[in-house]
Design a protein around this ligand. Sequence first.
Ligand SMILES: Cc1ncc(COP(=O)(O)O)c(C=O)c1O
Length: 492
Amino acid sequence: MTRAISPETVRDWATGRALDLWVVLGEPVDLTAAAKDGAVVRGGDPADPVAVFSAMRETNVLDVRRVGVVTRSPRGVATARCSGAAAVVAIEGTASAGDLLAAEPDVVVDEAAFAGLYATRYGTTRARRPQVLLNPGPALTSDAVKRAAAGVDLCHREPEYESLERDVREKLRRVADVGPSWGVAFISGSGTLATETALRAATRPGKRALIVVNGVYGERLHAMATRAGIDVVVHERDWTEAADPAVVDELMGAMPEIDVVAIVHHETTTGMLNPVSAIAGVARAHGVRVLVDAVSSFGAEELELEGSGIDFVCCSSNKCLQGLPGAAFVLVSPTGLERIETVPPSSVYLDLAGYLRGAETGSPPFTPPIPAVAALDAALDEVLVRGPEAHRRLYAERAAVLDEVLAGVGLEPIVPPERRSRTVRSVPLPPGVDYTVLHDRLKGEGFVIYAGQGALADSIFRVCCMGTLEPAILRDFGSRLAVALEREPAPA
Ligand SMILES: Cc1ncc(COP(=O)(O)O)c(C=O)c1O
């Protein structure tokens, strides 16, 4: 299950807490930098299979994930590997780089480069350390999800991968609450690719697409359609105004050539939800297909699909499902499947029918994002064990905490409460507050916030609660935000 990240863990991340213990197996290595970081350094015999555990017992370090090993010998690497140490560094010289590599350390360096490697990867000021991601995806993931991505190597033309993908498709249908007649296509890439592929497949030649534009992602749908040579009509709204089903109804009544309506469910630009179910109801009455960009909403927001009139649901693995980036996918309704059979592919790679045929025959047309699909499988297990409804509820609860936290520092999101999503809040930058300064102050505390986009780039900042976040972390963020805005003294 998802591992809770405590405020204490965040403090460790923010302060760059280094490993607690380094064990040198065999000939000495200079670990002055680690000792300066507060680590205990111990020696051990590379041939002793329990050398790492003995050092842990001696120093009362109880978690092997807090231990690094450095060694000049392949035997030492093997001992470290078997112990499951968090870091295994091999120093080249006594043994050749090839012999050391064969024992599978994390990295092989020569002695002169070790200090630099330590500073970059393991030291208190290392750049790549965990942070609380409050950006709208990629989001924080559980250890189980990360481990799944680092699992076995699979060939996508073998039955093992076919069964993995089949399982993931089935799990996605369960999360979406749709039956087996819905198709699921995986595409190697980010959410944009899912949307662009579906849009090309949904509109018949000589027909028109109605695009709802009330944020950056609606604008992107528009750009995708025009670049694909699709004739478009736009329903444009202010960025904090939701799409209007009555206007959509009127446009469809006046233009029978409208073949599809494309709409963003959750405009991540602002954190606003569009009324996709109402729009789908109107479209169904006109016999028009519906494409929903659900990249930042799938899994978190209510979205009834079966019988709704929605035909193409475009998603990605790395947002509210809490998987890793790399796997885009499209859920396609039975009427959507009929539609794409009538649309000749306009691209080799962006051919939705080809991906769906590949899914049916167990032969993906191109290399699928295998590690991301494996990670998504683990992420979906977490969602399904919790239950899709409980998962959505968790997001609603977190969003309520985020609203509370923002109100606590006197900040009011620009989207009215009734149109707010369960993940993103766009907040005006208070007078005199520079986004970069605010961002850097919070990053120094371990929290990554997000800038505004498009026309809002200079006036707002965004905070988002996707991923394996606990409410306590959001409250902790609130205290740090108050300090960063210079509204309160630093919490003890
Ligand atoms: C609503 C929406 N659509 C599309 C995208 C594009 O996703 P990606 O960056 O994965 O291509 C995003 C990204 O945040 C999004 O929020």
